[in-house]
Design a protein around this ligand. Structure first.
Ligand code: AMP
Length: 453
């Protein structure tokens, strides 16, 4: 038996109703805040995600699905391609490639779709998972650096979660500073880490060299007492970052969105940093690699939810003021987020059954030759907006009525020879058993009017 690949899964009805519900609500919200949809390819050149760390370096990431795509002809060069592990890189690539900077306006873009990471699968963590992603990016003159952009994005998220009925979330907020203050902080962190690093986990020891900021993200219990005592980025912010962060908070207070400050939250995707050390691929540490995460600047945030257990982040996001430039593009600061749809669906209190709409009517053709008549009637009713499931003339009436009940239809419409001759059909209310004869022209109205009462 061939099964779905480990870490991937099928989404079946009725559960897909939950997915449609959160996606439709997201589109509605994006419309209200004047975001527009972008769709980028599911795979990109590996270097877009790996951010070329040096010609001599072979980047193989533990978490990325990367393959060497062979050319089709001898003259075609092969290239290294990767299934997208996140959406921002592709969107910023598209922004640069299509020169969206020249509009001089903020681009408010959203996207939904599957992402791929070779993680250890567990509840709420999959190798193919879905994200709802949004980005605000543009030239500084369009206001892309403004803290009001950050606050609006966060307020939009709060409103979205409220709309889909998710309560009990916590907005965790931090500022990770910028290129001005980060080096000083990294230095302070390295100095503080120097005395205890030998007692820390392997990941931390590696991060202390490559990107000390990521040490703060460590979840290993034994490391926590050491991490608690490390210096806080918030105490190292320069004046402009400090003010930026303060304004984001003031605006959140003004619109009534609650938050907590989590000075340990650093965002940054592990697949940039894990890479070659663990694979033993030839590797050179260079300053450009550490720069890899420097384009995450200032505001960083996560919405977490208590009901989700270990994988408690429903969504995460932050600023990346230097990303466009690090990809060879213009100065185009931005901020964005990615909602993990798989976890969002887990946090919903609505059930799939509540959100699934059964058909209004089941049409039961009775006897030879009636499939044609039933098909005609179904077509007419559907044109008028009635949701119809169509039976088959080979079924006996008992079986048709049972099927109609099983699928939850409210009515059965019986199409037999007599009905066709009279141009009037037996309409049976499946809940009450009540049956009336209704003229063809009246049928749709009758079904719909009783539906709404
Ligand atoms: P990230 O792009 O890592 O910031 O992730 C954003 C959100 O995507 C997280 O808060 C999760 O809700 C979700 N997410 C990330 N990785 C996975 C995964 N492997 N499986 C399911 N959801 C994920």
């Amino acid at each position: 038996m061939i099964k779905a690949v480990r870490g991937t899964r099928d989404l079946l009805p009725p559960d897909t109703a939950l997915w449609n519900f959160v996606e439709t609500a997201a589109r509605d919200i994006f419309r209200l805040y004047n975001f527009r949809e972008i769709r980028t390819p599911i795979f990109e050149q590996t270097q877009l995600f790996a951010r070329s760390v040096g010609e001599e370096t072979d980047i193989v990431s533990k978490e990325m699905y990367t393959w060497e795509d062979r050319g089709r002809a001898a003259s075609d060069k092969g290239e290294s391609l990767t299934l997208r592990p996140e959406a921002t890189a592709g969107i910023v690539r598209a922004y640069i490639e299509h020169d969206l900077n020249r509009t001089g306006l903020l681009q408010k873009l959203y996207m939904m779709g599957p992402m791929f990471r070779r993680e250890r699968p567990q509840k709420g963590r999959y190798r193919q998972f879905f994200q709802i992603d949004a980005e605000v990016i543009g030239p500084p003159a369009a206001g892309s650096e403004s803290p009001s952009v950050d606050a609006e994005l966060l307020e939009m998220l709060a409103q979205y979660l409220e709309r889909i009925g998710i309560t009990g979330w916590t907005l965790e907020l931090n500022s990770v500073g910028c290129a001005n203050d980060r080096p000083k902080y990294n230095e302070a962190l390295r100095a503080a880490l120097a005395k205890d690093i030998d007692k820390m986990c392997e990941d931390c020891r590696r991060r202390a060299v490559t990107n000390p900021l990521r040490v703060l993200d460590c979840k290993v219990p034994e490391d926590q007492p050491i991490i608690e005592k490390l210096p806080r980025m918030l105490d190292y912010l320069d004046e402009s970052c400090r003010q930026h962060f303060q304004t984001v908070q003031d605006l959140l207070a003004a619109v009534g969105v609650p938050y907590v400050i989590n000075s340990r939250m650093v965002r940054g995707l592990d697949y940039y940093t894990r890479t070659a050390f663990e694979f033993g691929v030839p590797y050179v540490i260079n300053s450009r690699m550490v720069r890899g995460l420097d384009y995450y600047t200032r505001t960083a945030f996560e919405f977490t939810h208590g009901a989700l257990g270990a994988q408690n982040a429903i969504l995460g996001g932050g600023r990346y003021d230097g990303l466009s430039e690090s990809l060879g593009g213009p100065k185009a600061p931005g901020i964005g987020f990615a909602i993990g749809e798989d976890r969002l669906v887990l946090a919903l209190s609505k059930t799939a059954e509540e959100l699934s709409a059964p058909p209004d009517a089941y049409i039961a053709p009775l006897g030879a030759g009636m499939d044609r008549e039933a098909a005609r009637l179904a077509r007419e009713l559907r044109k008028q907006g009635v949701v119809v499931e169509l039976g088959d003339e080979s079924f006996r009436l008992k079986k048709s009525l049972e099927t109609a009940s099983k699928i939850g239809a409210r009515y059965a419409v019986i199409v037999g020879e007599n009905e066709v001759k009279a141009d009037a059909f037996a309409l049976k209310n499946l809940a009450t058993g009540e049956q009336v004869t209704v003229q063809r022209a009246e049928l749709a109205r009758r079904i719909q009017s009783t539906l709404s009462t």
